[in-house]
Ligand binder design. Structure first.
Ligand code: 8YV
Length: 327
């Protein structure tokens, strides 16, 4: 008998087909978002879960599904999963690192450039028929080239962003849990390690790429926004909750910072509607990894992990190696 799995959300047909070769699959072609109760009911008796950030894996869910052996997230982040509870229950947790680094870094740059050069604001202005004549200060923005880029969270995606800045003659400063090895700093446009305060005070543009943890909740709030230059742009391609959205909205409204590019929100997709009243923010619906090639690679990576986990192998991207006997 094949192991039984739940694919919690709609995914690429070819990934589903591949999973069907190995597993007895219950899928979700309508792409419904399951309530916690419905998720528990569907997961009961299943050996594995192919999940997205929308499914919350709680101690209650794990207790209700004692047969569960693997939760394979199609995301690099896994803040939807109580990893300690999964480890205690002997459930292996996997993610999809690496495959989305470059695409997410591209998008961090995209948002920074769009916000600094006021691209969406300019398009709305044009579409509204306001382009009647040339004026010296219409839609003037901030330069990217030659600017100081501050990266908070210098993991694999942060380092990719730093490398992209070389072509723009930017200087890079970064803040991270720990300092990078000198050769990695050198590859990351000679990035210079600074305190969070110095970064916020001196960067022309700040990009957030830290993974979410409760300790980092609202790491950018009123005090941190107050340190930033009035001409600065803030970009968040990390997670909702890293930024205090109400504080950001107030700072943008009062022009205490020049602009922002925001891909992730508190309570997304039910984000704070006050964002919509601001012209100096570029808003996107959590699409930093959304190139077709990368989303395909993420799906395949999650499938590789699930297949290995339930067919006697060691999944390539284990988050809790204590379960698989690793370090
Ligand atoms: C995903 C993400 O697209 O990988 C992550 O952690 O935030 C995005 O790349 C999204 O979360 C899909 O689950």
């Amino acid at each position: 008998m094949k192991p039984r799995i739940l694919v919690a959300r709609a995914i690429f047909p070819e990934t589903l087909e591949r999973l069907r070769q190995h597993f007895d699959v219950e899928d979700n072609p309508n792409d419904d978002i399951f309530s916690p109760e419905e998720l528990a009911a569907r997961l009961k008796g299943k050996d594995g879960l192919f999940s997205s950030l929308s499914e919350r894996i709680t101690p209650q869910l794990l207790a209700a599904c004692p047969q569960l052996k693997a939760v394979c997230n199609m995301a690099v982040g896994y803040n939807n999963i109580d990893v300690d509870a999964a480890t205690a229950a002997g459930v292996v947790v996997t993610n999809t690192p690496e495959v989305l680094n470059k695409t997410t870094a591209d998008f961090g740059f995209t948002l920074m450039m769009a916000a600094a050069r006021r691209v969406t604001e300019a398009e709305q202005w044009l579409r509204a028929g306001q382009w009647k004549k040339w004026r010296y200060d219409d839609l003037v923005g901030a330069d990217i080239h030659g600017a100081t880029l501050g990266i908070i969270g210098m993991g694999r995606i942060g380092q990719e962003i730093a490398r992209r800045s070389i072509g723009f003659d930017m200087q890079v400063i970064y803040h991270n849990r720990s300092r990078l090895a000198p050769e990695l700093e050198a590859r990351a446009n000679n990035a210079r390690y600074v305190s969070k305060e110095e970064l916020l005070r001196t960067a022309d543009h700040v990009i957030l790429v830290v993974p979410y943890s409760p300790a980092l909740h609202h790491m950018i709030g009123p005090a941190e926004l107050a340190l930033m230059k009035p001409s600065a742009i803030l970009v968040n391609v990390a997670r909702g909750g890293i930024v205090d959205d109400a504080a950001l909205i107030a700072a943008l409204r009062e022009r205490r910072i020049a602009g922002a590019g925001i891909d992730v929100f508190e309570n997304e997709p039910a984000f704070n509607p006050e964002f919509l009243s601001l012209s100096n923010v570029v808003l996107t619906p959590h699409i930093a990894s959304a190139s077709l090639a990368t989303r395909r690679a993420m799906a395949e990576c999650a499938a590789d992990n699930l297949i290995a986990a339930l067919t006697g192998g060691v999944p390539p991207n284990v988050v809790n190696p204590a379960v698989t006997g690793g370090a």
